[in-house]
Design a protein around this ligand. Structure first.
Ligand code: COA
Ligand code: AMP
Length: 630
């Protein structure tokens, strides 16, 4: 069957389509039906099934003759370490660690926060939670203590599993003091913490609260897999929204297993036994879906890569990993390729490796610019597939369905909607736009299995953020268009979310931090274009009357403040002091116009602007930073 037939089959009978896909999962009790619309417009999938995610990711492969196949490859150029773990070894490690958690009282439904770098133990921790039905919430290592504290208070975990440190090029990131600081800041206190001591920098443990990773497992029995309902949350993953409070995206177990398994062949075109590599981080959705769960559920070999595309040790690292581990499908963010291209413009380093094993490169997380796509096509000599999805969705919604049929690639478009997704483009009033016209990208409800059913402890926010603007549809927050051939084009966000090096960040959260500085009366943060990272945050500060302090000193302080409060991942390094901000007569800050000025794009003078002269002041303020020069 080609793409049209497969998409058509889903559209004609979604229930049958997903029940068929569900057969690839080992259920303790097969669900009687796929969709549960009893609480529409909130939907669940496979509600009455019973299943265990860890069993599907590990045990079943051990039982089905893949025990000695490598499940996880750890490749860490930053520490000079490599290791391989078979399915049997992973199952045993996970069962024992799950036993340790269970022995300390962690049970089905309890939340566990995981704050770990790219080490195999991060996967062990995630799968151990899944084994006993605990709900994990992984927090990215580049977030600071305050962000961790916000997540602790929202998820109220019984336990936190952390590493003593992470490693960034040229510096050790001490996780333990960040963890201690976060627990200090949070109102909710975990009952205990398990600390994985890395030899690069072990941490001092707090007696009575912290247990060492190895010590916790001494004398415990391995845990069995606990069956959970199809709708049971597998995990919570926090992502940026418009305000400073992150959104806790809930991932339901049954749908997550069915959908991820389906994508491994149909999207990523790998068969069980093939090596699949997503160069991302377990702290992001890509890490959840395609470093941990997807490849393992499908019986692939996955790679935990602890390094960067450049500088660990050079821009040839990706090619080494691909060739050494026989990678068949590779997934990363366009920014990684821009970094490689900058260091090795002619792709000379590729010549040192045989990467003929590689069939396809997949890009996602941010807009894939045509230059980067062309460069990747030229240097790798394989199809370069841009695809679109979001944390909320959990897996690709729009992609060239390579495993079904390789459709013509249109550079600039992530291609077509996958089965499960009825994507439309609407105007502000909810009317469907004509082909080729720009509008809000929405998905007709119900969303397919594995997508978010709600936000953790925040159903009202879920409804307001996603279901209210366009009744009957899920609002993606992206704007774009669909062309005559049904190809989607993503043009911009419709909210205050920006995308920095493939990392989704909230300008609202940064504004909250800037506003907390004692000399700042008012502020705005926008995302300006950046050749390497796609976008960079840039802050405008209006100071309190009478503040005579040097501006560069205040700028330095707010840069430091954002790093302390949100974390280095915010990459907030640019700020300027201005007298006033451009606003509409009703007081709304004209951020979109400021972005256009900074990026030298044409803009229409907003009809409702309070005082047009302010735009010139903004232009002048931006020029010393290298923006608005056009
Ligand atoms: N723990 C602690 N700090 C971290 C971190 C982590 N896990 N990840 C990033 N940081 C820090 C970095 O050290 C850097 O700190 P600095 O300001 O002291 O230099 C800061 O956060 C910004 O990091 P990053 O945006 O990664 O920039 P970079 O300059 O270090 O690297 C790239 C640039 C392009 C090489 C890098 O962004 C990259 O590899 N991007 C790919 C992103 C990706 O895979 N995204 C996944 C989505 S699919
Ligand atoms: P995240 O939730 O971190 O995965 O970020 C999701 C957002 O990243 C989307 O809503 C888009 O704004 C952007 N994004 C992801 N993939 C793409 C893509 N292929 N092209 C353009 N933007 C993308």
């Amino acid at each position: 069957m080609g793409y049209d037939e497969v998409y058509g089959a889903w559209k004609a009978d979604p229930e049958a389509f997903w029940m068929e896909a569900a057969k690839a999962i080992d259920w303790v009790e097969m669900p009687s039906r796929a969709l549960n619309d009893s609480k529409a417009p909130l939907y669940e999938w496979f509600t009455d099934g019973k299943v265990n995610a860890c069993y599907n990711a590990l045990d079943r492969h051990v039982e089905n003759g893949q025990a000695e196949q490598v499940a996880v490859i750890y490749d860490s150029p930053i520490t000079g370490t490599k290791a391989k773990f078979t399915y049997a070894e992973m199952r045993d490690k996970v069962a024992l660690f799950a036993g340790a958690l269970a022995a300390k009282g962690v049970a089905k439904g309890d939340r566990v926060i995981i704050y770990m770098p790219m080490v195999p133990e991060a996967l062990v921790a995630m799968l151990a939670c899944a084994r006993i039905g605990a709900v994990h919430s992984v927090v990215f290592g580049g977030f600071a203590a305050n962000e961790l504290a916000v997540r602790i208070d929202d998820a109220t975990p019984k336990a936190i599993i952390a590493a003593s440190c992470g490693l960034e090029p040229g510096r050790v990131v001490d996780y333990k003091p960040l963890l201690d600081g976060a627990i200090e800041l949070a109102k909710h206190k975990p009952e205990f913490c398990v600390i994985f001591q890395r030899q690069e920098k072990p941490a001092a443990l707090i007696a009575g609260r912290d247990v060492d990773w190895n010590a916790a497992q001494e004398g415990v029995s391995p845990a069995e897999c606990v069956p959970v309902e199809g709708s049971h949350p597998a995990y919570i993953l926090y992502t940026s929204g418009t305000t400073g409070a992150p959104k806790g995206v809930v991932r339901p177990t049954g749908g997550h297993l069915v959908a991820l398994n389906w994508t491994m062949k149909n999207v990523y075109n790998v068969d069980p036994g093939d090596v699949f590599w997503a160069a991302s981080d377990v702290g992001w959705v890509v890490g959840h879906s395609y470093i941990c769960y997807g490849p393992l559920i499908h019986g692939n070999t996955t790679i935990v890569f602890e390094g960067k595309p450049v500088g660990t040790p050079d821009a040839g690292t990706f090619w080494r990993v691909i060739s050494e581990h026989n990678v068949r499908s590779f997934f990363t963010a366009p920014t990684a390729f821009r970094a490689i291209k900058r260091d090795d413009p002619k792709g000379e380093l590729i010549k040192d490796y045989d990467i003929s094993c590689l069939n396809i490169l997949y890009l996602a997380g941010e807009r894939a610019d045509p230059d980067t796509i062309h460069w990747a096509q030229r240097t790798l000599g394989v199809p370069v597939i841009d695809h679109w999805w979001q944390t909320e969705i959990g897996y690709p919604a729009v992609c060239n369905p390579v495993g079904i049929e390789l459709l013509p690639v249109k550079v600039g478009s992530p291609s077509v909607a996958l089965p499960g997704f009825d994507i439309r483009v609407l105007d502000e009033g909810g009317k469907e736009m004509k082909r080729g016209e720009l509008g809000a990208i929405v998905i007709k409800l119900p969303l397919p299995p594995g997508t978010l059913p709600t936000l953790w402890n925040a159903e009202a926010r879920f409804r307001k953020s996603y279901l209210t603007t366009f009744p009957g549809y899920y609002e993606t927050g992206d704007a774009g268009m669909i062309d005559e051939d049904g190809y989607l084009y993503i043009m911009a966000r419709t909210d205050d979310v920006i995308n920095v090096a493939g990392h989704r960040l909230s300008t609202g959260a940064m504004e909250e931090v800037l506003a907390s500085h004692e000399d700042v009366a008012e502020c705005a943060v926008i995302g300006v274009s950046d050749e390497l990272k796609g976008q960079l945050p840039l802050g405008f500060l209006c100071l309190n009357k009478g503040c005579n302090r040097p501006h560069d000193e205040i700028v330095r302080e707010v840069v430091k403040l954002v790093r302390e409060k949100i974390g280095p991942v915010a990459a907030f390094k640019l700020a300027v002091v201005v007298d006033r901000l451009p606003k509409t007569r009703s007081g709304k800050i004209l951020r979109a116009t400021m972005v256009k000025i900074a990026d030298n794009q044409d803009y229409k003078m907003p009809a409702t602007i309070d005082d047009p002269a302010i735009l010139d002041e903004i232009r002048l303020a931006l020029q010393p930073l290298g923006y608005a020069k056009g």
